[in-house]
Design a binder for this molecule. Structure first.
Ligand SMILES: C[S@@+](CC[C@H](N)C(=O)[O-])C[C@H]1O[C@@H](n2cnc3c(N)ncnc32)[C@H](O)[C@@H]1O
Length: 290
């Protein structure tokens, strides 16, 4: 995604420790104004500094105590509304999980029940996404994304595909995507269709050979074992067109846990009927060809 040069003034201000760092520096230098991003790095606006705090072009005010609180948190993003900050997170009793937006120096990730949803070590979530998509390029035709999350894979796939159908189980994850400036295209792009439900069940409703590409980016095996099962892989095989490709995220191939899961997944994918299944270590996953 590129840096926009126009401020998203109608959108709420969302900040992390990355965006408030220049504010603290500007205060030290006794500057009257400074440029910062009001949307986690997508655009820039000029803010006014006063002895009380910071004033944004949309008239929201952020006091210095709040700036310091934001600067001390490396795991949370903060929404500024009515001059008050709150952590961008949600808890649903239905799933019994907390979902929160987690900052990085680039696109944010999401924490679900303490698990980070994208790769963030030596790579950012957007580069992680591009590697997943590149593993099954060209991403054309009708694409299924089995696990929407923040929508990064769906958004990227929709740039070249005719249609992207994407499934999410957790309403908390969808709410984080709604608040995340980097996920806006998930809701604005006409060729992305979101389905709320359990991918395990939803895939059973699709017709045979109805997708050209499948992006399968599930939670870790210990949280969602059924999405790594032979029965699920058989469904993915059934709904994929001949000549189609499946990308399946599994995790760091060099780690003991993901290495073991990869071995089992390769075997079950072959048993499900895929003609060829190859490891794609750069994308922390495997690609299966029908
Ligand atoms: C690793 S994240 C996906 C990241 C996503 N590809 C992106 O680009 O942001 C996994 C997502 O799967 C969702 N999920 C978990 N179990 C699911 C299920 N059975 N069906 C559909 N989605 C599920 C989680 O709530 C989470 O949002």
């Amino acid at each position: 995604m590129s840096i926009l040069d126009k401020p998203l003034t109608s959108q709420p201000v969302i900040l992390s420790y990355v965006q408030v760092a220049p504010l603290l520096k500007a205060r030290e230098q006794e500057l009257a104004t400074v440029q910062i991003s009001p949307d986690l790095g997508l655009s820039m606006v000029e803010v006014r500094l006063t002895s009380e705090g910071v004033e944004f072009p949309n008239r929201e005010r952020l006091d210095w105590q709040s700036v310091e609180r934001i600067s001390m948190s490396e795991v949370n993003c903060f929404l500024l509304q009515e001059n008050t900050i709150r952590i961008v997170q949600v808890f649903y009793e239905y799933t019994n999980r907390v979902c929160s937006l987690m900052p990085t120096k680039g696109a944010p990730s999401m924490l679900i029940a303490g698990f980070v949803m994208h790769r963030i070590k030596d790579i950012d979530p957007m580069q992680d996404t591009l590697r997943k998509i590149a593993a099954i390029a060209p991403v054309v035709g009708r694409v299924l994304d089995t696990a929407t999350g923040l929508g990064y894979t769906a958004i990227e796939a929709a740039k070249t595909a005719d249609e992207v159908v994407t499934i999410e189980l957790d309403p908390g994850a969808q709410e984080m995507a709604r608040l995340n400036p980097w996920s806006h295209a998930l809701f604005d792009t006409p060729n992305i269709h979101q389905i709320m439900g359990d991918a395990y069940e939803v895939v059973q409703t699709f017709e045979d050979s109805s997708f050209t590409r499948i992006i399968h980016d599930p939670p870790t095996f210990s949280l969602a074992g059924e999405l790594y099962s032979g029965a699920f892989y058989q469904q993915l095989y059934r709904i994929l067109k001949r000549g189609g490709r499946l990308y399946h995220y599994i995790g760091d191939p060099d780690s003991k846990a993901s290495g073991g899961v990869t071995k089992g997944a390769l075997k079950r994918l072959q048993e499900a009927g895929f003609a060829r299944v190859v490891r794609r270590p750069e994308a922390y996953g495997v690609v299966a060809y029908k």
